[in-house]
Design a protein around this ligand. Structure first.
Ligand SMILES: *[C@@H]1O[C@H](CO)[C@@H](O)[C@H](O)[C@H]1NC(C)=O
Ligand SMILES: *[C@@H]1O[C@H](CO)[C@@H](O)[C@H](O)[C@H]1NC(C)=O
Ligand SMILES: *[C@@H]1O[C@H](CO)[C@@H](O)[C@H](O)[C@H]1NC(C)=O
Ligand SMILES: *[C@@H]1O[C@H](CO)[C@@H](O)[C@H](O)[C@H]1NC(C)=O
Ligand SMILES: *[C@@H]1O[C@H](CO)[C@@H](O)[C@H](O)[C@H]1NC(C)=O
Ligand SMILES: *[C@@H]1O[C@H](CO)[C@@H](O)[C@H](O)[C@H]1NC(C)=O
Ligand SMILES: *[C@@H]1O[C@H](CO)[C@@H](O)[C@H](O)[C@H]1NC(C)=O
Ligand SMILES: *[C@@H]1O[C@H](CO)[C@@H](O)[C@H](O)[C@H]1NC(C)=O
Length: 465
């Protein structure tokens, strides 16, 4: 794409995201005008399954009141017997299908027609307690097990959730209220979790109001997320959008998140449990992604990153009314590393921070974390960034024992908010970081040496395959 098209893309992207800000679930036209490279042949198998059945074949009633827990269990159970023979698809027709949690199977597509809404039960007794994640050692909200996820794929291959933009609604308010009131003894479940799965596709669906994290692929390979819209109120607790966690080969494209926590958070386990489990997140590719999240990051890495995170590439990223763009969060006890992060072509409006890297993240699973487990952060390259109405441009704080190195910024223009200009407060904080910069305005971080015109070519983006 040439630079004129890029500017057109940027202008349209920000305008469109502005229309969609905050808690309005009404997204208007989101076309960009430009043409981005496409990933071809996405999950083509998922659309041509040999065995196709409808939820109503199994007694499903889409009136929003009748429980469909038995219908989903019967449907998936039945189709799982034939799925190995050319695959199986369960079609959810238009209607409101109330149900308790259910699990998916291999060689299987859950297809939501236009107007189909799968509604999570609000009765907590429908959610059994399942084991904590081995790389976390305990639940994220509380020690011990966790409430069942709403829709789960466990140990599967070739599994998809897709359709014509139907909705999966977690009815999370019941969980948020009890979580805030400190009434829950166990960790809240996630809306959709794939655990130990290969060849996962999630496309053309809307996910909303998760009890906690929304989409959680964990210990998975070859995951594609395309055309997914995620909503949660901006004040709902821990409602992250997408959390690739100890996964390899994840592609996220053409998607939109507005939520109460990070829009995307790339993770890999928590302190000593994540170190012992030792499964990194790597080859995570993001293209054409829009975020609105006033108190969190567009793309976070961490804070749980104790299996390591490497090779993250993101381009054509839009954020509006969001706390930060890319945020690396780590701390003593996490160990492992974050390395080889490439981000280019970001358009940002109304941000607290453009670049934020934190090495002082607290939150440990228990007192057993290793105070010598010091994370290493290196090779972080950002280019072609335009930001308006920002409070701070950079807040980069490495560790004295382990400075963040190989940071490269090029072609960055940030416009400070009127309020900050009046206050004359610093718009950069840099400590224990090393790197280079070129064409970054304004820049007041001595650690990022101006490398001059040469640097643009030494701060490269690694193309997304
Ligand atoms: C999908 O539906 C949501 C509302 O449920 C809407 O905001 C979004 O624009 C729709 N996406 C597409 C591609 O139609
Ligand atoms: C369930 O599977 C069996 C065998 O594959 C099939 O004969 C039967 O019709 C299915 N039941 C329903 C309700 O579709
Ligand atoms: C789904 O699978 C998980 C993992 O095997 C299990 O713990 C859970 O009970 C299952 N949930 C349902 C609703 O069957
Ligand atoms: C996972 O699936 C494989 C076959 O696909 C099976 O051999 C294995 O026992 C399963 N493991 C668990 C824990 O379910
Ligand atoms: C998503 O929906 C669009 C428009 O209906 C369709 O062209 C595309 O093939 C779908 N993609 C996937 C991966 O489901
Ligand atoms: C970018 O993603 C949005 C969905 O958020 C989609 O409507 C739009 O067509 C995509 N733009 C391009 C150029 O592919
Ligand atoms: C910048 O954002 C603040 C709120 O964070 C708002 O009050 C102000 O009007 C905005 N200024 C511009 C120039 O957009
Ligand atoms: C990122 O930029 C740095 C500084 O120019 C450079 O040394 C490094 O090679 C770049 N990263 C990669 C993997 O291209």
């Amino acid at each position: 794409m040439n630079s004129k098209l890029f500017l057109l893309w940027a202008a349209v992207a920000v305008a469109v995201a502005l229309m969609a800000t905050v808690d309005s679930p009404q997204l208007k036209d989101r076309s960009y005008g430009g043409h981005l490279p496409r990933w071809r042949g996405i999950g083509s198998k998922a659309f041509t399954r040999r065995h196709v059945a409808k939820l109503t074949d199994f007694g499903g009633v889409g009136d929003g009141a009748t429980s469909n827990t038995a219908a989903f269990a019967a449907a998936v159970g039945n189709l799982s017997q034939v799925a190995a023979d050319g695959g199986a698809m369960l079609v959810v027709p238009a209607g409101r299908w109330l149900t308790g949690p259910f699990n998916l199977t291999s060689h299987f597509t859950l297809f939501l027609n236009r107007g189909a809404v799968i509604l999570a039960s609000t009765d907590m007794n429908d959610f059994s307690i399942i084991s904590p994640l081995p790389s976390y050692g305990r639940g994220r909200d509380a020690p011990g097990g966790r409430y069942s996820n709403f829709i789960m794929g466990y140990n599967l291959t070739d599994v998809a959730i897709t359709g014509n933009n139907g909705t999966i609604n977690g009815q999370g308010h019941v969980w948020w209220e009890r979580f805030r009131a400190n009434e829950l003894q166990h960790t809240r479940g996630y809306l959709v979790e794939f655990m130990f799965c290969n060849n996962v596709l999630l496309s053309n669906v809307t996910l909303m109001n998760s009890p906690s994290w929304t989409l959680h692929p964990v210990y998975c390979r070859d995951v594609i997320v395309s055309g997914v819209t995620i909503y949660a109120p901006i004040k709902s607790p821990n409602t992250d959008g997408m959390n690739p966690d100890s996964c390899t080969n994840v592609k996220i494209l053409d998607s939109y998140v507005t939520s109460g926590d990070d829009c995307i958070a790339i993770k890999s386990g928590w302190d000593q449990y994540g170190i012992a489990f030792n499964m990194p997140s790597k080859h995570i590719y993001i293209r054409n992604f829009t975020c609105v999240s006033p108190t969190s990051a567009t793309i976070a890495i961490g804070s749980e990153m104790s299996g390591g995170v490497e090779d993250v590439r993101a381009e054509y990223i839009t954020a509006v009314n969001t706390e930060s763009a890319v945020r690396i969060k780590t701390g003593i006890g996490r160990g492992a590393y974050v390395r080889d992060v490439f981000v280019r072509r970001m358009r940002l409006h109304k941000m607290k921070y453009v670049f934020w890297m934190t090495s002082s993240y607290g939150q440990h699973p228990d007192e057993g974390f290793d105070p010598d487990a010091v994370p290493v952060v290196r090779n972080i390259n950002y280019s072609e960034v335009t930001a308006t109405n920002v409070t701070m441009i950079g807040r980069l704080e490495g560790l004295k024992r382990s400075p963040f190195t190989g940071i490269c910024l090029s072609d960055v223009t940030a416009e400070i908010s009127v309020m900050m200009k009046k206050k004359k407060k610093p718009v950069w904080i840099c400590s224990f970081v090393e790197g280079v910069s070129t064409a970054v305005t304004p820049l007041t971080c001595a650690a990022l040496k101006d490398a001059g015109a040469q640097a643009a070519s030494s701060c490269p983006f690694r193309e997304i395959p």
